[in-house]
Design a protein around this ligand. Structure first.
Ligand code: 5AD
Ligand code: SF4
Length: 436
């Protein structure tokens, strides 16, 4: 009997990629992926600890599965990801959702097929969570979502301990893959038709593969024939080196785009966040980038309502956003994560104040995004086509070098090709264009 599996993924691109690997492992073991969770024999939920309400959504999803679990004895419910690295979550699952079959963590994805086999053969619950990150397991298979672009882990974990963040606890300390393993993987991807790689890590700037730093890795990848684009996500301002800025100038494949999380515009707040840079340092980095790489697009992450954030602090965030003129930004309402230092900070900000500030910030960011996108009207951009768009028949979507989403009309399926598109309209979150 061929069993079907379905994965629900919450959270960031790291999680997306972990799910691609889980899909690869199960496919190797003879399972088949299905789009329909109700149709799956093995249901996997890959969880996130960062996004707002991620825990509520996770437990809500588990609750929905309970009825099916009662009806279908053979259904396997498997949970993994960042939430599983937190003891209080495991305790909640044991107490309230004891029918979950398999639990594994972020450090032992490769163990999943074995745990699943045991769950079937022994008819017992399988729980295996490792504390820290052990050795990096190379060569795991992956089923990629896109034909032309691929996610590639270059490092795991984080040493930074920003006071609001759970990641150092759920993903462990920093470990880098060897440059050889990364180059090897990218070469294989390219021979498989991949044109663009997104290098992943919580803080790629602190990549350290023996003598190779992050900039060094970019130079190595830039030499791979057939590869068209290199991107990375995410970088920490404190580690953004002059060498990396120079790599933007020297390496034609490195996309002129950076995601540079600022988190807050006030130096006092940044200090309490333990970010190791202040407003001036961040702004001077942005200036350097804009000067060295004309036209670079910049996006960021911003947290609103960190404990102790005054109206003046918040206005410093607004003024920084105006000064940088971000192309886009992810905005987050601060929310407490159990076990982080900021949990104990006094002066938690009332919800209504957070929301009011959040709305003002989003309005400002959207206005800037729309204005910047309108400036693209009339320009011709190289677009790597990702596939059919969501806005209508014969509409395809892709990304510019600067990571702008472009929708355009085509009778021919151009998925995976790089095409010239004349931008006809700039909107807040995307561009519209026509094939040249
Ligand atoms: N509350 C709100 N936002 C958070 N982030 C991380 N932890 C929290 C939290 N406790 C945001 C940061 C980070 C992004 C991935 O999530 O902005 O860059
Ligand atoms: Fe979290 Fe800070 Fe590490 Fe980013 S750098 S993962 S925000 S601790």
């Amino acid at each position: 009997m061929i069993r079907k599996f379905h994965i629900t993924t919450f959270g960031c691109q790291m999680n997306e990629h972990d799910s691609e690997i889980i899909a690869g492992l199960l496919t190797e073991d003879g399972y088949v992926e299905t789009d329909n969770r109700d149709d799956a024999d093995v249901v996997i939920i890959n969880t996130c600890s960062i996004r707002e309400n991620a825990d509520k959504r996770f437990f809500g999803t588990l609750g929905q599965l309970k009825k099916r679990k009662e009806r279908e004895e053979d259904l396997m419910v498997c949970v993994c990801g960042c939430m599983m690295q937190q003891q209080h979550i495991i305790d909640t699952i044991k107490a309230k959702y004891p029918w979950v079959d398999v639990i594994f963590g972020t450090h032992n994805i490769d163990a999943f097929p074995r745990l699943l086999r045991n769950a079937y053969s022994e008819k017992t619950k399988q729980r295996e969570i490792l504390e820290g990150g052990g050795d990096i397991v190379e060569g795991l298979p992956a089923i990629r979502k896109f034909k032309s672009k691929a996610l590639v882990n270059i490092m795991y974990g984080c040493n930074n301990f920003c006071t609001y963040c759970i990641v150092p606890y759920t993903r462990g300390r920093e470990r880098s893959r060897s440059p050889e393993a990364i180059v090897d993987e990218v070469r294989k991807l390219v021979s498989d038709g991949v044109k663009e790689v997104m290098l992943l890590g919580q803080n790629v700037n602190s990549y350290s593969g023996g003598d190779t730093d992050f900039a060094g890795l970019i130079y190595m990848l830039n030499d791979i024939e057939g590869l068209e684009r290199i991107r990375f996500m995410t970088s920490h301002p404190k580690d953004l080196s002059d060498r990396l800025i120079k790599a933007y100038v020297d390496c034609d494949k490195l996309c002129k785009n950076i995601h540079l999380p600022v988190q807050a515009g006030s130096s006092a707040v940044l200090k309490r966040m333990n970010r190791h840079y202040d407003r001036e340092k961040y702004l001077s980095l942005v200036e350097k980038l804009k000067e060295a790489v004309p036209g670079i697009t910049i996006s960021t992450d911003i947290i609103v309502g960190f404990p102790g954030e005054t109206e003046e602090d918040f206005e410093e965030t607004l003024s920084l956003v105006r000064q940088v003129e971000y192309d886009s930004a992810f905005t987050f309402l601060y929310s407490v994560r159990k076990g982080t230092p900021a949990e104990r900070y006094e002066d938690q900000i009332p919800e209504e104040v957070k929301h009011e500030r959040f709305n003002r910030l989003v309005e400002l960011i959207n206005g800037i995004s729309a204005r910047k996108n309108r400036a693209y009207e009339g320009r011709v951009e190289k677009v790597l086509v990702e596939g059919p768009g969501k806005t209508g028949e014969n509409i395809y979507s892709g990304r510019t070098d600067g990571f702008k989403l472009v929708n355009f009309y085509s009778e021919k399926d151009l998925t995976g090709e790089t095409v010239d598109i004349e931008i006809t309209r700039g909107k807040t979150f995307s561009l519209e264009g026509r094939l040249v």
